[in-house]
Design a protein around this ligand. Structure first.
Ligand SMILES: *[C@@H]1O[C@H](CO)[C@@H](O)[C@H](O)[C@H]1NC(C)=O
Length: 328
């Protein structure tokens, strides 16, 4: 009902509208609301909802330990068949910070890679490894250590006869690209794709300035990467995460959580980025109520439970997920 009225509205305005040019994807968790692991049917139900706007999803680890108190979730064997059936692409993640995690994730990848070659859009080795290392040098990875893990994965692709079959890269915070930390990776020739995370929210911005900050951060990161690479085309760039917490979420500086603000950010920030031909991953698809309370970067208690574009039961939070623009 809800979606058919949207469709009717879209059809009614079709002669005036052009559709967004970038691709929209979602960061997709591997757990059910109770913390158990999603099975293939659960991912299939997720994708029925997400397919309405998205062409792709991304995950973070192939063997996902979550907060470590729950079960290990084995992602590719459950997600890839569901994604293939839905016609949705996947960027799989290899957790790179420890060799144990890397090895477990790589083993899962190679179990499914050949069978699902056309569904796996890319592989990210590491997620915010550089950012975490800067915050606390006992965590994350230096650029050289992360590059070593990326090169190790490329070597494994080669030895498995899969060299050149998958785009390989990493994901990190926009400022780790903009400030030169990632330069050794950008210039290495080892990456085909880089995911740049950028949040007006984590910059502590008022919602009224969040879109300007988000787009400015993305442009600074992209500009630096393209300068250092000496090319605008040699490395494919995606906004790897953006989003805004909804009702029940935690405030951060002047950034106030709430569904109305999240909807504003989606319609202004995400839709603008897509219109500018940026590919965007929204963080995240569904609320994850199993996640424990945590401490935010400002030392305040916080949580990452309420970042979904959709509720944990897959019902919509926003009244409209479309990004359409009136041609001028
Ligand atoms: C608004 O965002 C712009 C772009 O990031 C930034 O330069 C400016 O300082 C921000 N304004 C405030 C009041 O924070």
């Amino acid at each position: 009902m809800y979606f058919s009225s949207l469709l009717a509205a879209a059809v009614a305005t079709a002669p005036l509208a052009v559709y967004a040019k970038g691709q929209l994807g979602y960061a997709l968790g591997s757990r059910m609301p109770d913390g158990s692991c999603k099975a293939q049917a659960d991912y299939a139900a997720d994708l029925v909802v997400l397919k309405d706007t998205a062409t792709i999803v991304r995950t973070y680890a192939n063997v996902d330990a979550g907060d470590t108190s729950g079960p290990l979730c084995y992602v590719p064997g459950a997600l890839l068949p569901a994604a293939e059936a839905a016609g949705v692409k996947v960027i799989l993640g290899i957790w790179a910070d420890t060799n144990e995690a890397f090895d477990a994730d790589a083993a899962q990848f190679f179990e499914y890679a050949a069978q699902y070659e056309s569904t796996i859009y890319a592989v990210t080795v590491g997620s915010e490894s550089l950012y975490r290392n800067q915050e606390d040098s006992s965590t994350g990875l230096t650029a050289q250590a992360l590059l070593n893990q990326i090169q190790k994965f490329n070597d494994q692709l080669q030895s498995n006869g899969l060299a050149g079959k998958f785009k390989v890269g990493t994901a990190d915070s926009w400022n780790k690209y903009q400030d030169g930390t990632a330069d050794p990776i950008i210039t290495s020739g080892a990456v085909d794709i880089l995911l740049v995370n950028a949040f007006g929210y984590w910059q502590g911005q008022l919602i009224s300035n969040a879109t300007a900050t988000y787009l400015d951060d993305l442009q600074q990161a992209y500009g630096h990467i393209q300068d250092v690479a000496g090319s605008t085309t040699s490395i494919e760039l995606w906004n790897g995460e953006t989003g805004w917490p909804t009702d029940g979420g935690t405030n951060y500086g002047a950034a106030i959580a709430g569904t109305a603000n999240a909807f504003t950010f989606y319609k202004q920030g995400v839709c603008a980025a897509l219109d500018w031909n940026f590919n965007v991953f929204y963080f995240e698809a569904f609320d994850e109520p199993w996640k424990p309370e945590s401490t935010g970067a400002d030392g305040q208690p916080g949580n990452e439970i309420h970042w979904g574009a959709y509720n944990a039961d897959r019902s919509p939070k926003f009244s409209d997920y479309s990004c359409t623009y009136t041609s001028s």
